[in-house]
Write a protein that binds this ligand. Structure first.
Ligand code: IMP
Ligand code: MG
Length: 173
């Protein structure tokens, strides 16, 4: 255990839920060959586990955007650092991220993906902090709803630290 991180969800709890989500998404997207679009870098551990829990044919794509700066609150603008490489014309897209907080990031990216011609966009986040929402958006699929804590681990960082923890914990400065 890391000193400044108070455990919230064990690796076992995460794995069990991600397996369930993967099975559910396999039913929802059966026969559709969706683009599963992950947002770097926070999504990496969740994404890797989720796609391996899916038993259907998918296309893996990634984007890196920034909306957060390096602190604990949103900066309020979106900057595309790395774009996706596939055509989205007429395709179903599943946007995957670690957490929906204010909703800014996913709100902006959803618009962007629709502009690129996607037929449909749905959102899957491991965590949802609905109490912090500032944009009219809800994930279509979530792993867990959490209260307003700043969490790290399993991809989530504080100033680029803690992403590789196999569990999720509350960061206490
Ligand atoms: P939003 O645009 O405000 O919804 O923020 C989304 C992004 O903020 C996430 O992809 C994370 O990178 C970051 N973020 C929001 N809440 C947390 C947290 O509790 N821990 C770590 N990163 C967070
Ligand atoms: Mg982040």
């Amino acid at each position: 255990m890391v000193a400044s991180v108070k455990p919230l969800m064990t690796a076992e709890v995460l794995q069990k839920r991600v397996q369930e989500l993967g099975q559910h998404l396999s039913q929802v997207y059966e026969g559709q060959h969706p683009v599963v679009l992950g947002l770097l870098k926070g999504v990496v551990p969740f994404y890797a586990d989720l796609v391996r829990a899916m038993s259907i044919d998918i296309e893996m794509q990634f984007m890196q955007v920034s909306s957060y700066g390096s602190g604990m609150s949103s900066s309020g603008k979106l900057n595309i650092r790395q774009d996706l490489t596939a055509s989205l014309e007429h395709r179903p897209v599943l946007l995957v991220d670690d957490i929906m907080d204010t909703g800014l990031t996913l709100f902006e990216i959803k618009e962007y993906v629709l502009k690129r011609g996607a037929r449909e966009v749905k959102i899957c986040t491991l965590l949802d902090k609905p109490s912090r929402r500032q944009f009219p958006l809800h994930p279509d699929f979530i792993g867990f709803e959490i209260p307003d804590h700043f969490v790290v681990g399993y991809g989530l960082d504080y100033q680029e630290r803690f992403r590789n923890l196999p569990y999720i914990g509350i960061y206490t400065p």
